[in-house]
Write a protein that binds this ligand. Structure first.
Ligand SMILES: NC(=O)c1ccc[n+]([C@@H]2O[C@H](COP(=O)([O-])OP(=O)(O)OC[C@H]3O[C@@H](n4cnc5c(N)ncnc54)[C@H](OP(=O)(O)O)[C@@H]3O)[C@@H](O)[C@H]2O)c1
Length: 380
């Protein structure tokens, strides 16, 4: 009695798919064996280097060499299917093993101590690039830390949790940058004046708030141009505009705010005691530097631009703080018009670098942080 005529044959005869899967599994088993052998060979070579260095009394930990290893790996993997965040995680563990074999203590933790914990709180945070950026920074500097993205609706209990669990710090993103201030023990004067905190430092139980968006924007601008005495057009009047404009004014720049909604633009301009103009009236001949702080041009609306290409001119410095896509339409047209351009990733990485410095007291590996985020963006 066979109610299903083909069932017996199906069970006994492996289908083409099953045999193909079996072939691929055998390949994986063979590759795993090779990878394991290579990993052990790599660790043995590191152990030999450690022994030589100890013999000739050289410091065993070479942070610069580790940064070089990550840079090389990220470049080598450009064509590969391995997402860069996993590549970094795999190598972070491998380099930890290497350090352990060479008896190098991590800069924080070690000897069974748990890693220092960090998070980004926001809503939404699913697409945040902060975890990959900070994980890369921790790995490249031998800092024993973990950084996770946590979706947060209500900021007050989240900050209480951060305190109770002894997190060393957090990044704060939309929509909590303003409301988080009331949950902290101290807020740095600059952040208070910008009315936004994007960084929490847990200093021995006291929670301190900082704004690194403004310093990130200034570092990114100063990599390419000076600001003192320069006429700067800020497009937009939201939270990012406030931080960027504040930084430029602090550096002695002369700011004009251009915004679509007149009321919001005027309000910010009045607060900063600068001039306001409608966005439609923007003209490049009235400024030397232009910073787009609007969200226009951000994915998925990458074909939009806040300013028509004809309004740009050679010699103008154009910074776009939108970083997804990395080369926004505004930046592409600015290159075509002979402008100097600064992308939004520069600001993002510099604000993250300042966070890293506040949390760890170490110099941030800016190049690695940028490469890690760039590789991730390219894969999106
Ligand atoms: N690179 C970085 O590190 C970094 C850091 C922070 C933020 N950002 C980016 O900066 C952008 C703005 O962030 P935010 O926090 O300032 O946002 P926000 O407070 O919501 O402000 C948005 C701004 O964009 C303008 N805008 C939106 N749609 C527009 C349109 N179709 N035409 C003209 N203007 C338009 C708004 O003008 P109205 O007032 O007329 O609505 C407002 O000035 C986002 O894309 C964000 O991802 C980047």
């Amino acid at each position: 009695m066979n109610s299903h005529p083909n069932s017996d044959t199906d069970r006994v005869q492996p289908t083409d798919a099953e045999s193909e899967i079996e072939t691929q599994r055998q390949l994986i088993d063979r590759l795993d064996g090779e990878i394991l052998r290579l990993l052990n060979d790599r660790l043995s070579a590191a152990a030999r280097i450690g022994a030589i260095k100890q013999r000739v009394d050289l410091g065993v930990l070479d942070g610069g060499r580790e940064v070089h290893v990550y840079q090389r790996l990220l470049s080598l993997n450009r064509e590969g299917i391995l997402p860069s965040r996993f590549l970094l995680r795999i190598y972070a563990d491998l380099i930890c093993a290497s350090r352990e074999i060479q008896q190098i203590r991590p800069s924080v933790g070690g000897d069974g101590e748990p890693p220092a914990r960090f998070a980004v709180f926001g809503n939404p945070v699913g697409h945040s690039l902060s975890p990959i950026m900070h994980t890369a920074a921790f790995a490249a500097t031998a800092f024993n830390g973990v950084y996770v993205a946590v979706p947060v609706q209500d900021i007050r209990p989240a900050v209480a949790g951060l305190r109770a669990l002894g997190f060393r710090g957090a990044s704060i993103t939309l929509p909590h940058k303003e409301s988080v201030m009331a949950c902290l023990d101290e807020v740095e004067d600059t952040a208070r004046r910008i009315k936004a905190v994007n960084t929490i430092v847990n200093a021995g139980g006291r929670l301190q708030g900082y704004n690194t968006d403004f310093s990130g924007a200034i570092r990114a601008l100063k990599d390419k141009t000076s600001l003192a005495g320069r006429a700067v057009a800020i497009l937009g009047a939201g939270g990012a505009a406030r931080a960027v404009a504040f930084g430029i004014l602090a550096e002695g720049g002369r700011v004009t705010v251009f915004n679509r909604a007149a009321e919001r633009g005027r309000k910010l301009a009045d607060e900063l005691q600068v001039e306001f103009r409608p966005l439609s009236e923007f003209k490049a001949d009235s400024c030397e530097i232009m910073v787009n702080t609007t969200s226009v041009g951000m994915a998925p609306r990458g074909d939009d631009t806040p300013v028509a290409a004809e309004k740009l001119r050679p010699g103008l410095v154009v910074m776009d703080i939108v970083y997804n896509p990395l080369k926004t339409r505004l930046l592409r047209e600015a290159v075509g018009a002979g402008c100097t351009i600064i992308d939004g990733l520069s600001m993002f990485v510099h604000q993250g670098a300042r966070q890293f410095e506040l949390w760890t007291g170490m110099k941030a590996p800016v190049d690695i942080m940028r490469m890690a985020v760039e590789a991730e963006l390219a894969a999106l």
